[in-house]
Design a protein around this ligand. Structure first.
Ligand code: PLP
Length: 385
């Protein structure tokens, strides 16, 4: 099993030593293990990891070491990444639109669970072994999620009833799955789906083996850790209420909530203009900060000078541009940075493990690809160093 040794105590010690002139992610395997443990001990079912949030080998191998044995994959590329981290990891292939070649790859990688949301897609799976599970993905109109996954994938409940009957008739193990969206801050998002799942099973007259409640668990955005257990209880309650004594086994597939806290992103300040109103960073929306464009400014950022000391003056809101020559490369306005911030300092963004390096491009010759391993990530408190 591959473990990257923790070489640095924290981001500050690494920054002060190396003064990196490119954006960098600091990874704490310990934090990742703690989060994995929280899901594994709290969620009343199988915990899988949604690889797309961060497919880095160090993430996958540390999750395997922490006891995560199953992975939600969407492509042959993700299957290869999981296989490289573990020869025995179970894979659930939950991208419901697949080419013939992708289906063959899934069969070759011994994918054990496949989702479908269309009869045409089910027909394409004829060669998938009957020992596999096929989970019918359904979707409801969205509420509570930061963006709408239901508009792309997922059968209507009526279509799901037909698909579920068909899956059973064709000899696979029938299951249901849904994905409520990302950064869902209201447990009710799951409750509504679970009730609908119960109704779909009744209408189809099919007993499902498992119910996959997707990802979407909220990450810490403002310094307040979300109460994951409250979500787990709400999910367990709703399943009991909707399925009574005929309980399906449960699966969850967190991406964001699993990996976000394990990484802090550091970007360097290249320029400051207009009396400090405007700041240019060496990372932006085409790099590791794209999720901030989509999700809004995080509540936790802090500035570290080249000697590793935190800037401590009162914060003032700034306009922040990324490094590319594209004027869209701009964060939502008002990022608060200490008044005494200077060119050459680093802006640290905690909680950026998800949808950062995974989505970073090389546009204009920039991008986020460097990862340094640290023992602890620290934070912005007065004793942080
Ligand atoms: C993206 C995705 C996830 C993970 O979502 P998060 O919001 O990162 O937890 C889980 N399941 C499916 C099917 C997905 O597409």
């Amino acid at each position: 099993m591959q473990h990257i040794p923790a070489l640095w105590h924290n981001p500050e010690t690494h920054l002060a030593r190396h003064l990196p002139d490119h954006p960098i992610l600091y990874f704490s395997p310990r934090v990742l293990h703690q989060t994995a443990e929280r899901f594994l001990s709290g969620f009343p079912g199988l915990v899988t990891y949604a690889v797309k949030a961060n497919p880095h080998q160090a993430v996958l191998s540390n999750l395997v070491a922490a006891g995560v044995s199953a992975f939600d994959v969407a492509s042959p590329g993700e299957m290869a990444a999981v296989r490289a981290a573990s020869p025995t990891a179970v894979m659930h292939y939950n991208n419901p639109v697949r080419s013939e070649a992708e289906i063959q790859a899934g069969i070759d990688y011994a994918v054990s669970s496949w989702s479908v949301d269309e009869l045409d897609e089910l027909d394409k799976l004829a060669d998938v072994p009957r020992s596999c599970e096929i989970a019918v993905r359904f979707a409801l109109p969205v509420s509570g999620a930061a963006y709408d996954f239901g508009s792309k994938f997922g059968a209507t409940p009526e279509k799901a009833v037909e698909l579920l009957k068909q899956v059973e008739e064709m000899g696979w193990t029938p299951s249901l799955c849904f994905h409520p969206g990302t950064q869902c801050e209201d447990p009710h998002a799951w409750v509504k789906y679970i009730r609908e799942a119960g109704q779909i099973c009744k209408d189809a007259g099919v007993r499902i083996a498992r119910l996959n409640v997707g990802g979407g668990f909220a990450a810490n955005r403002d310094g307040v850790a979300p109460d994951l257990e409250q979500f787990f209880y709400a999910i367990a309650d709703a399943v009991e209420e909707s399925f009574g004594s005929d309980l399906p086994a449960l699966i969850c597939e967190p991406g964001r909530a699993m990996v976000s806290e394990a990484f802090t992103l550091a970007a360097r300040i290249k320029g400051i203009r207009q009396e400090g109103e405007v700041v240019f960073l060496n990372d932006g929306i085409y790099g590791g900060l794209v999720d901030i464009r989509d999700m809004g400014l995080p509540g936790r950022v802090y500035v570290v000078a080249g000697d590793g000391i935190h800037r401590s003056a009162a914060a003032k809101p700034r306009v922040v541009f990324g490094p590319t020559c594209d004027s869209l490369d701009r964060l939502p306005d008002g990022l608060p940075l200490a008044q005494d911030t200077q060119v050459g300092d680093y802006v640290l963004f905690p909680g950026l493990g998800a949808y950062s390096s995974a989505m970073s491009t090389q546009f204009n010759g920039y991008g986020l690809s460097d990862v340094a391993t640290v023992i602890e990530l620290g934070g912005s408190g007065p004793d942080a160093r």
